[in-house]
Design a protein around this ligand. Sequence first.
Ligand code: PMP
Length: 390
Amino acid sequence: LSRRTSAVAPMALAALLPAARESGATDLALGIPRGSPPGAAVEAAVAALRSGSHQYADPAGSPELRHAVAAGLGAVRGVRVDAEHEVTISAGATEGLLVALIAATDPGDEVLVPEPFYENHPGVVDLAGASARFVPLTGEGRRLDGLALEAAVTPRTRAVLLNNPHNPTGRVFDRAEFDALTALCERHDLTLITDEVYDRFVYDGHRHLSPVGGVPRLRHRSIVVGSLSKTRAMSGWRLGYCLAPAPVTAALRRVHERTTLGAPHPLQRGAAALGPEAEAEVASVRAEFELRRDLVCDGLREAGCTVHTPQGGWFVLARTAALAGDSAELARELVERAGVLVAPGASFFASPGAGRGWIRVALVRDRDRLAAALARVTAHLTRTPIAPRS
Ligand code: PMP
Protein backbone atom coordinates (compact mmCIF):
# COMPACT_ATOMS: atom_id res chain seq x y z
CA LEU A 1 0.00 0.00 0.00
CA SER A 2 1.10 3.55 -0.62
CA ARG A 3 2.30 5.59 2.36
CA ARG A 4 -0.51 8.01 1.94
CA THR A 5 -3.13 5.25 2.00
CA SER A 6 -1.58 3.78 5.13
CA ALA A 7 -1.73 7.23 6.73
CA VAL A 8 -5.51 7.29 6.47
CA ALA A 9 -6.80 5.99 9.80
CA PRO A 10 -9.98 3.90 10.02
CA MET A 11 -12.97 5.79 11.43
CA ALA A 12 -12.92 5.54 15.24
CA LEU A 13 -16.65 4.89 15.06
CA ALA A 14 -16.33 1.90 12.72
CA ALA A 15 -15.42 -0.45 15.56
CA LEU A 16 -18.60 0.47 17.44
CA LEU A 17 -21.10 0.23 14.60
CA PRO A 18 -21.68 -3.57 14.54
CA ALA A 19 -22.51 -3.74 18.27
CA ALA A 20 -24.66 -0.61 18.02
CA ARG A 21 -26.61 -1.96 15.05
CA GLU A 22 -27.03 -5.40 16.58
CA SER A 23 -28.35 -4.03 19.86
CA GLY A 24 -30.63 -1.48 18.18
CA ALA A 25 -28.93 1.44 19.96
CA THR A 26 -30.19 4.92 19.05
CA ASP A 27 -27.66 6.35 16.62
CA LEU A 28 -26.66 9.84 17.75
CA ALA A 29 -23.23 9.53 16.20
CA LEU A 30 -23.56 9.90 12.47
CA GLY A 31 -24.81 13.05 10.77
CA ILE A 32 -27.14 11.21 8.43
CA PRO A 33 -30.20 13.28 7.48
CA ARG A 34 -33.51 11.64 8.39
CA GLY A 35 -36.43 11.96 6.02
CA SER A 36 -36.43 12.33 2.27
CA PRO A 37 -35.50 14.92 -0.33
CA PRO A 38 -38.30 17.17 -1.59
CA GLY A 39 -40.74 15.16 -3.74
CA ALA A 40 -40.13 17.38 -6.76
CA ALA A 41 -36.49 16.27 -6.86
CA VAL A 42 -37.41 12.59 -6.64
CA GLU A 43 -40.01 12.99 -9.41
CA ALA A 44 -37.54 14.85 -11.62
CA ALA A 45 -34.84 12.22 -11.05
CA VAL A 46 -37.27 9.44 -11.96
CA ALA A 47 -38.35 11.39 -15.04
CA ALA A 48 -34.68 11.87 -15.98
CA LEU A 49 -34.09 8.12 -15.70
CA ARG A 50 -37.23 7.38 -17.74
CA SER A 51 -36.35 9.90 -20.42
CA GLY A 52 -32.87 8.51 -20.88
CA SER A 53 -30.32 10.63 -18.98
CA HIS A 54 -28.17 7.55 -18.69
CA GLN A 55 -24.88 8.85 -19.98
CA TYR A 56 -22.24 11.24 -18.68
CA ALA A 57 -23.32 14.74 -17.86
CA ASP A 58 -21.05 17.68 -18.58
CA PRO A 59 -18.15 16.73 -16.23
CA ALA A 60 -18.27 20.20 -14.66
CA GLY A 61 -21.86 19.46 -13.70
CA SER A 62 -25.12 19.66 -15.58
CA PRO A 63 -25.66 23.29 -16.58
CA GLU A 64 -29.10 23.26 -14.89
CA LEU A 65 -27.67 22.23 -11.53
CA ARG A 66 -24.72 24.62 -11.79
CA HIS A 67 -27.15 27.46 -12.47
CA ALA A 68 -29.43 26.37 -9.62
CA VAL A 69 -26.50 26.27 -7.17
CA ALA A 70 -25.21 29.64 -8.39
CA ALA A 71 -28.65 31.24 -8.12
CA GLY A 72 -29.25 29.81 -4.64
CA LEU A 73 -25.87 30.97 -3.32
CA GLY A 74 -26.19 34.33 -5.01
CA ALA A 75 -29.57 34.96 -3.36
CA VAL A 76 -28.62 33.82 0.13
CA ARG A 77 -25.14 35.34 0.24
CA GLY A 78 -25.88 38.52 -1.68
CA VAL A 79 -23.11 37.94 -4.21
CA ARG A 80 -22.84 37.23 -7.92
CA VAL A 81 -21.86 33.67 -8.74
CA ASP A 82 -20.98 32.71 -12.31
CA ALA A 83 -22.38 29.24 -13.01
CA GLU A 84 -20.31 28.86 -16.18
CA HIS A 85 -16.89 29.68 -14.75
CA GLU A 86 -17.04 29.40 -10.96
CA VAL A 87 -19.18 26.36 -10.06
CA THR A 88 -18.23 22.69 -10.39
CA ILE A 89 -20.63 19.94 -9.29
CA SER A 90 -18.81 17.26 -7.30
CA ALA A 91 -19.76 13.85 -5.93
CA GLY A 92 -20.62 15.34 -2.54
CA ALA A 93 -18.53 17.78 -0.57
CA THR A 94 -16.21 14.86 0.10
CA GLU A 95 -15.00 14.64 -3.47
CA GLY A 96 -15.07 18.44 -3.69
CA LEU A 97 -12.63 18.65 -0.78
CA LEU A 98 -10.27 16.13 -2.35
CA VAL A 99 -10.38 17.96 -5.68
CA ALA A 100 -9.76 21.30 -3.94
CA LEU A 101 -6.81 19.94 -1.97
CA ILE A 102 -5.22 18.25 -4.99
CA ALA A 103 -5.58 21.47 -6.97
CA ALA A 104 -4.20 23.71 -4.21
CA THR A 105 -1.28 21.67 -2.87
CA ASP A 106 1.71 19.67 -4.03
CA PRO A 107 2.94 16.48 -2.36
CA GLY A 108 4.72 17.40 0.85
CA ASP A 109 2.88 20.69 1.30
CA GLU A 110 1.20 21.41 4.60
CA VAL A 111 -2.40 22.33 5.26
CA LEU A 112 -3.48 24.02 8.48
CA VAL A 113 -6.45 22.17 10.03
CA PRO A 114 -8.13 23.53 13.16
CA GLU A 115 -8.43 20.88 15.88
CA PRO A 116 -10.81 19.34 16.88
CA PHE A 117 -11.68 18.53 13.27
CA TYR A 118 -14.31 16.74 11.19
CA GLU A 119 -12.85 13.29 11.16
CA ASN A 120 -12.58 12.92 7.37
CA HIS A 121 -10.54 16.07 6.90
CA PRO A 122 -7.07 14.77 7.83
CA GLY A 123 -7.57 11.71 5.61
CA VAL A 124 -8.55 13.81 2.62
CA VAL A 125 -5.46 15.96 3.14
CA ASP A 126 -3.32 12.79 3.28
CA LEU A 127 -4.90 11.35 0.14
CA ALA A 128 -4.16 14.57 -1.69
CA GLY A 129 -0.49 13.97 -0.82
CA ALA A 130 -0.21 16.90 1.57
CA SER A 131 0.04 16.71 5.34
CA ALA A 132 -2.17 18.27 7.96
CA ARG A 133 -0.77 20.56 10.63
CA PHE A 134 -3.26 20.83 13.43
CA VAL A 135 -3.98 24.16 15.04
CA PRO A 136 -5.91 24.02 18.30
CA LEU A 137 -9.11 26.01 18.60
CA THR A 138 -8.41 27.74 21.88
CA GLY A 139 -10.24 28.12 25.19
CA GLU A 140 -13.67 26.96 26.25
CA GLY A 141 -15.09 28.98 23.36
CA ARG A 142 -12.95 27.04 20.86
CA ARG A 143 -11.80 30.14 19.04
CA LEU A 144 -9.67 30.32 15.92
CA ASP A 145 -6.56 32.02 17.21
CA GLY A 146 -4.39 34.13 14.91
CA LEU A 147 -1.26 33.53 16.97
CA ALA A 148 -1.77 29.77 17.01
CA LEU A 149 -2.31 29.79 13.25
CA GLU A 150 0.80 31.90 12.71
CA ALA A 151 2.88 29.61 14.92
CA ALA A 152 1.88 26.62 12.78
CA VAL A 153 2.99 28.15 9.47
CA THR A 154 6.14 26.73 7.91
CA PRO A 155 7.73 27.33 4.51
CA ARG A 156 5.67 24.34 3.28
CA THR A 157 2.29 25.72 4.31
CA ARG A 158 0.03 26.22 1.30
CA ALA A 159 -3.55 26.17 2.51
CA VAL A 160 -5.98 26.36 5.41
CA LEU A 161 -8.91 23.95 5.61
CA LEU A 162 -11.73 25.49 7.62
CA ASN A 163 -15.11 23.93 8.33
CA ASN A 164 -17.67 26.64 9.08
CA PRO A 165 -20.15 26.06 10.77
CA HIS A 166 -17.77 23.69 12.47
CA ASN A 167 -18.18 20.00 13.04
CA PRO A 168 -17.72 18.92 15.85
CA THR A 169 -17.67 22.11 17.99
CA GLY A 170 -20.62 23.98 16.49
CA ARG A 171 -18.58 27.14 16.16
CA VAL A 172 -19.61 29.74 13.60
CA PHE A 173 -16.44 31.77 13.20
CA ASP A 174 -16.88 35.48 13.76
CA ARG A 175 -15.56 38.63 12.16
CA ALA A 176 -12.49 38.92 14.41
CA GLU A 177 -11.51 35.34 13.63
CA PHE A 178 -11.95 35.93 9.90
CA ASP A 179 -9.86 39.11 10.16
CA ALA A 180 -7.01 37.10 11.69
CA LEU A 181 -7.44 34.39 9.06
CA THR A 182 -7.46 36.92 6.23
CA ALA A 183 -4.27 38.55 7.50
CA LEU A 184 -2.60 35.15 7.81
CA CYS A 185 -3.62 34.04 4.29
CA GLU A 186 -2.42 37.32 2.82
CA ARG A 187 0.86 37.34 4.74
CA HIS A 188 1.77 33.84 3.63
CA ASP A 189 -0.12 33.69 0.33
CA LEU A 190 -2.28 30.73 1.39
CA THR A 191 -5.34 29.22 -0.26
CA LEU A 192 -8.37 29.03 2.00
CA ILE A 193 -10.56 25.97 1.52
CA THR A 194 -13.85 26.26 3.38
CA ASP A 195 -16.15 23.31 4.00
CA GLU A 196 -19.59 24.90 4.31
CA VAL A 197 -21.91 21.89 4.29
CA TYR A 198 -23.81 23.25 7.34
CA ASP A 199 -24.12 26.80 6.00
CA ARG A 200 -27.91 26.93 6.44
CA PHE A 201 -27.75 25.70 10.03
CA VAL A 202 -26.75 28.79 12.01
CA TYR A 203 -28.51 29.59 15.28
CA ASP A 204 -29.28 32.50 17.60
CA GLY A 205 -28.98 35.07 14.83
CA HIS A 206 -25.25 34.41 14.29
CA ARG A 207 -24.05 35.25 10.80
CA HIS A 208 -22.31 32.72 8.63
CA LEU A 209 -19.27 34.40 7.12
CA SER A 210 -17.59 33.07 4.00
CA PRO A 211 -15.26 34.15 1.22
CA VAL A 212 -18.50 34.03 -0.78
CA GLY A 213 -20.56 36.40 1.32
CA GLY A 214 -19.23 38.51 4.15
CA VAL A 215 -15.48 38.32 3.52
CA PRO A 216 -15.03 39.28 -0.17
CA ARG A 217 -11.34 40.02 0.35
CA LEU A 218 -10.74 36.28 0.62
CA ARG A 219 -12.72 35.25 -2.41
CA HIS A 220 -9.93 35.32 -4.99
CA ARG A 221 -7.79 32.97 -2.89
CA SER A 222 -10.55 30.61 -1.73
CA ILE A 223 -12.27 27.42 -2.74
CA VAL A 224 -15.68 27.07 -1.11
CA VAL A 225 -16.98 23.52 -0.86
CA GLY A 226 -20.69 22.90 -0.28
CA SER A 227 -23.18 20.09 -0.38
CA LEU A 228 -26.77 19.21 -1.09
CA SER A 229 -26.54 16.29 1.37
CA LYS A 230 -27.72 18.14 4.46
CA THR A 231 -29.90 20.97 3.22
CA ARG A 232 -31.83 18.77 0.81
CA ALA A 233 -31.68 15.53 2.81
CA MET A 234 -30.07 13.72 -0.14
CA SER A 235 -26.75 12.49 1.26
CA GLY A 236 -27.02 9.29 -0.81
CA TRP A 237 -27.31 11.22 -4.05
CA ARG A 238 -23.70 12.36 -3.62
CA LEU A 239 -24.05 15.91 -4.88
CA GLY A 240 -21.89 18.81 -3.78
CA TYR A 241 -20.04 21.65 -5.35
CA CYS A 242 -16.83 23.67 -5.46
CA LEU A 243 -17.03 27.41 -5.90
CA ALA A 244 -13.80 29.12 -6.92
CA PRO A 245 -12.47 31.92 -9.13
CA ALA A 246 -12.52 31.11 -12.85
CA PRO A 247 -8.83 30.13 -13.29
CA VAL A 248 -8.95 27.92 -10.20
CA THR A 249 -12.24 26.41 -11.37
CA ALA A 250 -10.61 25.46 -14.68
CA ALA A 251 -7.97 23.56 -12.68
CA LEU A 252 -10.53 22.02 -10.32
CA ARG A 253 -12.48 20.72 -13.30
CA ARG A 254 -9.38 19.04 -14.71
CA VAL A 255 -8.87 17.23 -11.41
CA HIS A 256 -12.57 16.41 -11.07
CA GLU A 257 -12.61 14.89 -14.56
CA ARG A 258 -9.90 12.51 -13.41
CA THR A 259 -11.46 11.62 -10.04
CA THR A 260 -15.02 10.89 -11.23
CA LEU A 261 -15.77 12.28 -14.71
CA GLY A 262 -18.73 13.85 -13.00
CA ALA A 263 -21.52 13.27 -10.53
CA PRO A 264 -24.52 11.03 -11.46
CA HIS A 265 -26.40 12.64 -14.32
CA PRO A 266 -30.05 11.71 -13.55
CA LEU A 267 -29.64 12.75 -9.92
CA GLN A 268 -28.18 16.10 -10.97
CA ARG A 269 -31.28 16.60 -13.10
CA GLY A 270 -33.46 15.68 -10.15
CA ALA A 271 -31.73 18.14 -7.83
CA ALA A 272 -31.76 20.86 -10.46
CA ALA A 273 -35.55 20.71 -10.57
CA LEU A 274 -35.70 22.21 -7.09
CA GLY A 275 -36.00 25.93 -7.05
CA PRO A 276 -34.08 27.90 -4.47
CA GLU A 277 -35.07 26.80 -0.99
CA ALA A 278 -38.03 28.69 0.38
CA GLU A 279 -36.67 30.82 3.21
CA ALA A 280 -39.70 29.97 5.39
CA GLU A 281 -38.86 26.27 5.02
CA VAL A 282 -35.19 26.84 5.87
CA ALA A 283 -36.21 28.91 8.90
CA SER A 284 -38.54 26.24 10.21
CA VAL A 285 -35.93 23.46 9.86
CA ARG A 286 -33.38 25.71 11.53
CA ALA A 287 -35.80 26.46 14.39
CA GLU A 288 -36.35 22.75 14.92
CA PHE A 289 -32.59 22.12 15.04
CA GLU A 290 -32.19 24.97 17.50
CA LEU A 291 -34.77 23.35 19.81
CA ARG A 292 -32.96 20.03 19.52
CA ARG A 293 -29.67 21.75 20.28
CA ASP A 294 -31.13 23.27 23.45
CA LEU A 295 -32.60 19.95 24.49
CA VAL A 296 -29.30 18.12 23.94
CA CYS A 297 -27.21 20.80 25.69
CA ASP A 298 -29.56 20.81 28.71
CA GLY A 299 -29.65 17.01 28.80
CA LEU A 300 -25.88 16.69 28.63
CA ARG A 301 -25.40 19.31 31.35
CA GLU A 302 -27.81 17.34 33.52
CA ALA A 303 -25.61 14.32 32.87
CA GLY A 304 -22.69 16.28 34.37
CA CYS A 305 -21.07 17.21 31.05
CA THR A 306 -19.41 20.49 30.14
CA VAL A 307 -20.95 21.83 26.95
CA HIS A 308 -20.21 24.91 24.91
CA THR A 309 -23.50 25.71 23.20
CA PRO A 310 -23.12 25.26 19.42
CA GLN A 311 -23.74 28.33 17.29
CA GLY A 312 -24.42 26.22 14.22
CA GLY A 313 -24.16 22.80 12.62
CA TRP A 314 -25.60 19.43 13.53
CA PHE A 315 -23.58 18.40 16.58
CA VAL A 316 -22.94 19.03 20.25
CA LEU A 317 -19.48 18.28 21.60
CA ALA A 318 -19.42 17.54 25.31
CA ARG A 319 -16.84 16.75 27.94
CA THR A 320 -18.05 14.10 30.31
CA ALA A 321 -16.72 13.64 33.82
CA ALA A 322 -15.31 10.30 32.67
CA LEU A 323 -11.89 11.64 31.91
CA ALA A 324 -10.02 8.56 32.99
CA GLY A 325 -10.95 6.07 30.29
CA ASP A 326 -10.44 6.01 26.60
CA SER A 327 -13.23 7.83 24.69
CA ALA A 328 -13.91 4.76 22.52
CA GLU A 329 -14.37 2.70 25.69
CA LEU A 330 -16.77 5.30 27.03
CA ALA A 331 -18.73 5.23 23.76
CA ARG A 332 -18.84 1.44 23.88
CA GLU A 333 -20.23 1.58 27.43
CA LEU A 334 -22.92 3.98 26.29
CA VAL A 335 -23.91 1.56 23.52
CA GLU A 336 -23.99 -1.41 25.87
CA ARG A 337 -25.51 0.16 28.97
CA ALA A 338 -27.50 3.14 27.69
CA GLY A 339 -28.43 1.91 24.20
CA VAL A 340 -27.06 5.08 22.62
CA LEU A 341 -24.33 5.42 20.01
CA VAL A 342 -22.33 8.65 20.27
CA ALA A 343 -19.13 9.56 18.44
CA PRO A 344 -16.06 9.11 20.65
CA GLY A 345 -13.88 12.18 21.18
CA ALA A 346 -10.88 10.36 19.72
CA SER A 347 -12.44 10.88 16.27
CA PHE A 348 -11.76 14.59 16.36
CA PHE A 349 -8.22 14.92 17.71
CA ALA A 350 -4.91 13.90 16.22
CA SER A 351 -2.88 13.04 19.27
CA PRO A 352 -3.69 9.78 21.07
CA GLY A 353 -5.70 10.38 24.23
CA ALA A 354 -6.61 13.96 23.33
CA GLY A 355 -10.31 13.18 22.98
CA ARG A 356 -10.44 11.43 26.35
CA GLY A 357 -13.76 12.07 28.06
CA TRP A 358 -15.29 13.79 25.04
CA ILE A 359 -18.33 12.65 23.13
CA ARG A 360 -20.21 14.14 20.18
CA VAL A 361 -23.98 13.96 19.89
CA ALA A 362 -25.78 14.54 16.57
CA LEU A 363 -29.04 16.47 16.36
CA VAL A 364 -30.50 14.26 13.64
CA ARG A 365 -33.30 12.57 15.63
CA ASP A 366 -36.63 14.04 16.63
CA ARG A 367 -36.93 15.59 20.08
CA ASP A 368 -38.77 12.67 21.67
CA ARG A 369 -36.09 10.24 20.64
CA LEU A 370 -33.33 12.62 21.65
CA ALA A 371 -34.92 13.13 25.07
CA ALA A 372 -35.33 9.40 25.64
CA ALA A 373 -31.76 8.67 24.56
CA LEU A 374 -30.35 11.47 26.72
CA ALA A 375 -32.26 10.26 29.76
CA ARG A 376 -30.50 6.90 29.37
CA VAL A 377 -27.13 8.59 28.89
CA THR A 378 -27.73 10.66 32.05
CA ALA A 379 -28.76 7.61 34.03
CA HIS A 380 -25.57 5.86 32.99
CA LEU A 381 -23.16 8.75 33.43
CA THR A 382 -24.52 9.88 36.79
CA ARG A 383 -25.00 6.46 38.38
CA THR A 384 -21.90 4.68 37.28
CA PRO A 385 -18.94 7.00 37.48
CA ILE A 386 -16.07 5.41 35.60
CA ALA A 387 -13.32 4.43 37.98
CA PRO A 388 -10.02 6.16 37.30
CA ARG A 389 -7.46 3.75 35.97
CA SER A 390 -4.17 3.38 37.72
N1 PMP B 1 -18.03 18.01 5.63
C1 PMP B 1 -18.50 17.91 6.89
C2 PMP B 1 -18.04 18.88 7.91
C3 PMP B 1 -19.41 16.91 7.23
O1 PMP B 1 -19.86 16.81 8.50
C4 PMP B 1 -19.84 16.01 6.24
C5 PMP B 1 -20.83 14.89 6.53
N2 PMP B 1 -20.80 14.35 7.76
C6 PMP B 1 -19.33 16.15 4.94
C7 PMP B 1 -18.44 17.16 4.68
C8 PMP B 1 -19.73 15.22 3.83
O2 PMP B 1 -20.55 15.87 2.90
P1 PMP B 1 -21.01 15.15 1.56
O3 PMP B 1 -22.14 14.22 1.92
O4 PMP B 1 -21.50 16.26 0.70
O5 PMP B 1 -19.85 14.44 0.99
